[in-house]
Design a protein around this ligand. Structure first.
Ligand code: GLA
Length: 442
């Protein structure tokens, strides 16, 4: 019986993955094994914005090693906007800022690679980047050659600013990403790259990107820019709670870069931010100043039990809400998103409980509210924040005194048949009947 439970979800995810691979023809997803799981790394934008240079990138990479972040799996160091000169070269090439990146980009990627990381860079599908640097519109092949074949970057975040007028672009929201996708694909197939480039779409405008992102990229931004306030975290969780099924091995909803360590989030809010991003299988890109990182922030970012679920190479599904909690199911509420979530993982069923209220509260659920739990079984409970085994759950589970804006993350595993004689016969009374036809729910 146990095999049915364990194997079923795996088979399901495998077939979803295959469909994704077929749909994403010409893409760099499942078919080649690059970025089969969410990218873990660092990005300069959230803390440093345009105040970046080559030394910061190398210092950041060194800090990622010394702080243990590389060991925890963070293996991308990504440069965001503002790295370029405002003008292209006389032959049309992008050029790095001659002062801040004076040693050149090949020198930089060589150093980043020598430290054991991949290197990421930023571009834009329109005339300009969001901070006014050259965009790649009508320069896609040339820029792909410069950034990836010549300079050796491994990852492209591709933004959405300064879109040409309709009469010029004559493309839909997906279409404007196709020329760069094709350029990357051409480089991969003509032998210019040792590995395909990871293509991260930064399509934050309303475009239903989750319906088509997997055809072109490894991830796609679903919401506008994150801020370091709880209100932003809650609103991004709410939005993404409705599109969790878009995520799989072939690509995933990108909830934007982590704001842990920035602003004034409480410890519990920071844990919730990280847990939701990780368990919803978003890329996890650290966005704080590593030279001033606190032990608290570091302890969150290096929670290996949470990271293991994000990086699950067998089960790609995100957690999804099974009950919205204080709101009726399917309510969209940017301040009070869904509270009760679950999903499959290689090592058991994951539960995530979020106390969206401003006061501590107890949170209760019946195990079989989750579609990944078998009726009539009892489950061992692992707490992924306390790192403790918390006994056995029979029928239901209550987390007591969950802090305001706090989170509970659990891993449940089948530990045999539930004790005999428990009443009622069905914990969740939906069409539950005895053999002679007596319905216990009337
Ligand atoms: C947009 C993106 C951000 C960042 C900035 C850079 O706002 O959404 O993540 O890349 O551009 O200008």
């Amino acid at each position: 019986m146990r095999r049915i439970f364990v194997v079923g979800p795996r088979l399901a995810s495998f077939s979803i993955g295959l469909i994704g691979a077929i749909l994403s023809r010409g893409v760099h997803g499942l078919s080649n094994g690059v970025a089969k799981v969410p990218v873990l790394g660092y990005n300069t934008w959230n803390f440093f914005q345009c105040n970046i240079d080559q030394d910061l990138i190398i210092d950041t990479a060194n800090l990622m090693v010394s702080l243990g972040l590389q060991d925890a799996g963070y293996n991308y160091v990504n440069i965001d906007d503002c790295w370029a000169e405002k003008n292209r070269s006389s032959t049309g090439e992008l050029q790095p800022d001659s002062v801040r990146f004076s040693r050149g980009m090949k020198n930089l990627t060589d150093q980043v690679h020598a430290l054991g990381f991949k290197a990421g860079i930023y571009g834009d599908s329109g005339w300009f980047t969001c901070a006014g640097y050259p965009g790649s519109f009508e320069h896609e092949d040339q820029d792909a050659q410069t950034l990836f074949a010549d300079w050796g970057f491994d990852y492209l975040k591709y933004d959405n600013c300064a879109i040409p007028f309709d009469t010029i672009i004559q493309q839909g929201t997906m279409g404007k990403y196709v020329p760069m996708s094709n350029a990357l694909q051409n480089l991969a197939t003509n032998g210019s790259l040792s590995e395909p480039v990871v293509f991260s779409l930064c399509q934050w405008g309303w475009s239903q990107v989750w319906l088509w992102g997997a055809r072109l990229g490894h991830s796609w931004r679903t919401t506008g820019d994150i801020s370091s306030q709880w209100s932003s975290i809650a609103s991004i969780i709410n939005f993404n709670s409705f599109i969790t099924q878009a995520t799989g091995f072939y690509g995933r909803n990108d909830m934007d870069m982590l704001q842990l360590g920035n602003g004034n989030m409480t410890f519990d809010e920071a844990k919730t931010h990280f847990t939701a991003w990780a368990l919803m299988k978003s890329p996890l890109l650290i966005g704080t100043n590593l030279s001033a990182i606190t032990n608290e922030t570091l302890s969150i970012l290096t929670n290996k039990e949470i990271l293991a679920i994000n990086q699950d190479s067998v089960e790609p599904d995100a957690v999804s809400p099974f009950r919205w909690g204080i709101n009726p199911d399917w309510t969209s509420n940017s301040s009070f998103p869904a509270q009760y979530w679950s999903g499959p993982s290689e090592n058991g069923t994951v539960f995530m409980l979020i106390n969206t209220l401003d006061t501590p509260s107890d949170m209760f659920f019946n195990l079989t509210e989750s579609p990944w739990i078998r009726a009539g079984r009892q489950y061992s409970v692992r707490d992924l924040w306390a790192h403790t085994d918390n006994g056995t759950a029979v029928r239901n589970f209550t987390a007591t005194s969950v802090p305001s804006h706090g989170v509970v993350a659990l891993l449940l595993n089948d530990s045999g048949e539930e004790p005999l004689g428990i009443y009622p016969q069905c914990a969740v009374w939906f069409s539950c009947s005895s053999e002679n036809g007596t319905y216990v729910d009337g």
